[in-house]
Design a protein around this ligand. Structure first.
Ligand SMILES: Cc1cc2nc3c(=O)[nH]c(=O)nc-3n(C[C@H](O)[C@H](O)[C@H](O)COP(=O)(O)O)c2cc1C
Length: 323
């Protein structure tokens, strides 16, 4: 086998066959911005795209699924927020439409898992700790996404570098690394930790196809390694965003001991305001720490091809160094 072929074979991990994708690259579900255009672009470029459903109503979710089916013939996923008031109806739509994959965030999805499994849908929960990974494996997870606290959005407390190998050792199903990955070095590192692939969010926000507001994308491009902060710890759902007027005000309110109900009120619709309407001071600008590495906005296909080429080069270099 030639050197190049060997590299490509190395990147064709177990999740590539399980998910029927060319490259082990997943675009994580992202509320508001992970819509049909981005999802289908990722699938058409050889990865797995996932629709983010947030707290959107069931009809919106159905339309997104139908639109994605129009734009790609490849398999794709749907991410459900276990805090959604429409959880039951959305689960029924996913089963009815037979999407290939369902992913879930924090919470207990076990009530819905048997329905997904019976329909032949791959269940791929996102976890932030080893105990949750074991619980999800028992509940029927086919793949586990281990997400470190470097990530954009809702986070846990453990870093990707520490979390991924511990989850790999604790479960038998394939593990995907998420949080703090935006290039081929990150993919190679994830494979070295025992993961079978990567899930990215922040890198895909800065793609041409993503529905996010241009001003928000540009703020990620301009960000450095220290540009994000974590708020919402007092609510039990820590959130990583770019530092701005809103996040600093929120931090002050938390320090002052404002009640969860008042914080919720203060917070209402802030994600839509930031991510879609592009209010860079009053809106919530979800972003991971890896923002500092992202220097451009470009088509999804270029993002994915560059990551694969760089991962191959990194692995080849390490291999050569060991000879
Ligand atoms: C704008 C944005 C919105 C997100 N929304 C969700 C969501 O609705 N559900 C979810 O499970 N994860 C969500 N995430 C997390 C991503 O799916 C992904 O796991 C994470 O971004 C990976 O870390 P990275 O940002 O360092 O790439 C979101 C992330 C971002 C940046």
């Amino acid at each position: 086998m030639s050197g190049r072929k060997r590299m490509v074979a190395l990147l064709r991990t177990a999740v590539c066959s399980l998910l029927d994708i060319k490259y082990p690259i997943i675009q994580g579900g992202m509320a508001h911005v992970g819509t049909a255009e981005l999802v289908s672009a990722v699938c058409n470029a050889g990865g797995l795209g996932i629709i983010g459903t947030g707290h959107y109503p069931p009809e919106w979710v159905r339309q997104q699924i139908l639109q994605t089916k129009k734009l790609t013939r490849r398999p794709f996923g749907v991410n459900i927020a276990l805090t959604s008031p429409y959880l039951k109806q959305i689960s029924e739509i996913i089963i009815g439409e037979k999407t290939a994959v369902v992913s879930t965030g924090a919470g207990n999805p076990s009530e819905f898992v048997p329905g997904f499994k019976q329909a032949g849908i791959i269940f791929m929960p996102v976890v932030a700790g080893v105990a949750a990974a074991c619980r999800m494996e028992k509940a029927g997870a086919d793949i586990i996404v281990a997400e470190g606290m470097e990530s954009g959005g809702r986070i846990g407390e453990t870093t990707t570098l520490a979390l991924v190998p511990q989850v790999v050792d604790a479960v038998k199903v394939p593990v995907i690394a998420a949080g703090g990955i935006a290039d081929g070095r990150g993919l190679a590192a994830a494979l070295a930790l025992g993961a079978q692939g990567i899930q990215m969010g922040t890198r895909f926000v800065c793609s041409t196809e993503c529905a996010a507001h241009h001003g928000y994308k540009q703020k990620i491009v301009a960000a450095d390694d220290a540009a994000t902060m974590v708020t919402h710890r007092t609510t039990g759902y820590p959130l990583r965003t770019l530092r701005n007027k809103l996040s600093e005000q929120f931090e002050e309110l938390e320090k002052a001991g404002v009640s969860k109900a008042d914080l919720d009120l203060f917070d209402r619709d802030r994600m839509y305001l930031g991510l879609i309407e592009g209010d860079l001071e009053e809106g919530a600008l979800l972003s991971g720490q890896i923002a500092g590495l992202i220097r451009d906005i470009k088509p999804v296909r270029d993002i994915i091809e560059e990551i694969i080429a760089q991962a191959e080069a990194v692995i080849a270099r390490l291999h050569a160094a060991g000879k």
